[in-house]
Design a protein around this ligand. Structure first.
Ligand code: ADQ
Length: 495
């Protein structure tokens, strides 16, 4: 798609973060580096194929930089002040919505001044999008930080076609209901024409929350009364996100990556078995659970030492949020304890790297690992599992995968686990290590087929095509007064 002469774009992606981070170099110059994370990894290939605009925050508080063009897109920074970073981002997004939407693994915190900031910042994003979009443009809003943007945008730009994709789970109503602003969030989301979720269960949870707010739903649609008394139809469905499988495989096939994978094994002391974990350091990822399982397997002698090593790569994440600091402490104490018992001079039992790695190094790690451990307690999808599968062109390796990831629906041939069941998790790790290579290759082949067929390009195409196909005049006759009243703010009723 092409930016028009007036500077408008007909595809605008809006996400909390731009796909780049601003870095201030000594001497006062500004440089931009690609920013890590699931969302960027997923959307970058799509933007590369379009000439669209991406609206988002540049990752540091203060005034926004000027909009600028990269090879693949027009980037429009949205500013956040220090206090907004604290209240909208670290607070409402990361300490309220994130834990609430992930099964309250840690207790969500509800603060009215965080919510006020969330509303203000969502409005700023909506206005920035409205300035970029040409008449009739498609806008694709990303994720839980911007749930009010669809409604705000529809109010100021009813000509737009609006899609929203939720990268994280949508919780069961019994949990969602804790949110003091549950009605406002539903109302915000329902400004979209199409709402995409990772799993059918997320779409179903959302529809149930709509019913509990007094709205009618039918087969994947929510009927939303508008001011004229007609009902607009908002579609809600699952679009499981994926990875750029071809590019990942291509990277893994490079001779220098294979060489690096061999070097990694050498540096680890040529063990028989390499276990690997790759995550943002987040309490949803179940890192303590896998450390417990591995530690007990070392204790039991079911995983031999020093023949087995575990490499845990944990990207620093949300370091100013308290629960993340507590998790980091817990992980680091546990790693120290395991190494204290099972380490040898120069041969630790767990290699813990609190670092972000370049893509090529990750590819080499994936190739070097006999088993990848994904033990999330709740995860919208988990791209790391799909990246591992996409990289294993040799059909080697084995994937231990939590049932509580969106990925487990598609990757059913993985060694599936309930990470809370430590004995079950230990057994599956042992199976993944000991099963015959033929059995592992059979599983890997089936998973690779799926990841190659349904890659990130397919995901984006499916979503954008579904959005494109919707009839904007898809409204129905007058809504019943009861519905109109319910949306206007009556009490919840489960029907
Ligand atoms: P995340 O919670 O960030 O994403 P995930 O899907 O696993 O989780 O994506 C993480 C990304 O960061 C991967 O691309 C991975 O390669 C990269 N990464 C992890 N550790 C790294 C390291 N040390 N160095 C460099 N890169 C690293 C959210 C949701 C997920 C959902 C995605 C996409 O929580 O459930 O799958 O969005 O929708």
């Amino acid at each position: 798609m092409t930016g028009s002469a007036t500077g408008g774009y007909d595809l605008v992606v809006v996400a909390n973060r731009l796909p780049v981070d601003r870095k201030e170099e000594p001497g006062g110059t500004t440089t931009w580096a690609p920013s890590p994370g699931g969302l960027v990894a997923a959307l970058e290939p799509i933007m590369r194929g379009h000439d669209g605009a991406w609206v988002g925050w540049e990752g540091a508080p203060g005034d926004a930089s000027e909009a600028f063009d990269t090879q693949s897109m027009h980037l429009v920074p949205v500013p956040l002040g220090e206090e907004e970073v604290e209240h909208y981002y670290e607070g409402m997004s990361n300490a309220t919505l994130w834990p609430l939407y992930h099964d309250v693994i840690v207790q969500p915190r509800f603060h009215r001044h965080w919510w006020d900031s969330y509303v203000r910042v969502n409005w700023r994003f909506a206005q920035a999008v409205a300035r970029q979009a040409i008449r009739g443009a498609t806008v694709w809003v990303q994720d839980y930080q911007l749930q009010l943007v669809p409604r705000m945008l529809r109010d100021i730009r009813p000509d737009l076609r609006i899609g929203f994709f939720n990268h994280i789970p949508f919780p069961p109503y019994e949990i969602y209901a804790q949110l003091p602003w549950r009605r406002q969030v539903i109302n915000g989301l329902l400004g979209a024409d199409l709402l995409g979720f990772q799993r059918p269960a997320d779409a179903a949870n959302f529809q149930r929350a709509c019913r509990r707010s007094g709205l009618l739903t039918r087969r994947g649609e929510v009927l939303v009364p508008d001011d004229s008394g007609r009902r607009r139809s908002v579609h809600a469905a699952a679009f499981p996100i994926s990875v750029d499988a071809a590019t990942l495989e291509e990277a893994a096939r490079r001779p220098e990556v294979a060489e690096r994978a061999r070097a990694i094994r050498r540096e680890l002391g040529d063990p028989d078995v390499v276990l690997l974990g790759v995550d943002r350091l987040d309490y949803t990822k179940g890192i303590p659970h896998r450390l417990k399982a591995v530690s007990e397997l070392y204790d039991d002698g079911r995983l031999a030492r020093p023949g087995t090593v575990f490499v845990q790569v944990a990207t620093p994440s949300r370091e100013r949020v308290e629960s993340y600091q507590a998790l980091r402490d817990e992980v680091e104490v546990t790693v120290g304890r395991i190494n204290g018992v099972h380490g040898l001079l120069g041969k630790p039992a767990v290699h813990y790297l609190h670092q972000s790695f370049p893509r090529a190094e990750l590819a080499a790690l994936y190739l070097a690992a006999d088993v990848l451990l994904v033990t999330a307690l709740r995860d919208g999808m988990n791209l790391v599992a799909k990246e591992y599968v996409a990289s294993r062109f040799d059909e080697g390796g084995a994937l231990v995968l939590s049932e509580f990831t969106g990925a487990s629906i598609e990757l059913a041939q993985a060694y599936l686990v309930n990470p809370h069941d430590i004995d079950g998790l230990k057994n599956q790790i042992v199976n993944a290590v000991r099963d015959a290579p033929r059995e592992k290759a059979r599983r890997m082949r089936a998973m690779r087929r799926r990841v190659r067929q349904y890659d990130v390009e397919r995901w984006a195409e499916d979503f954008l095509r579904a959005l494109d196909r919707l009839d904007p005049d898809d409204a129905e006759g007058p809504a019943t007064p009861r519905l109109a009243v319910a949306v206007g703010g009556s009490a919840d009723s489960d029907r």
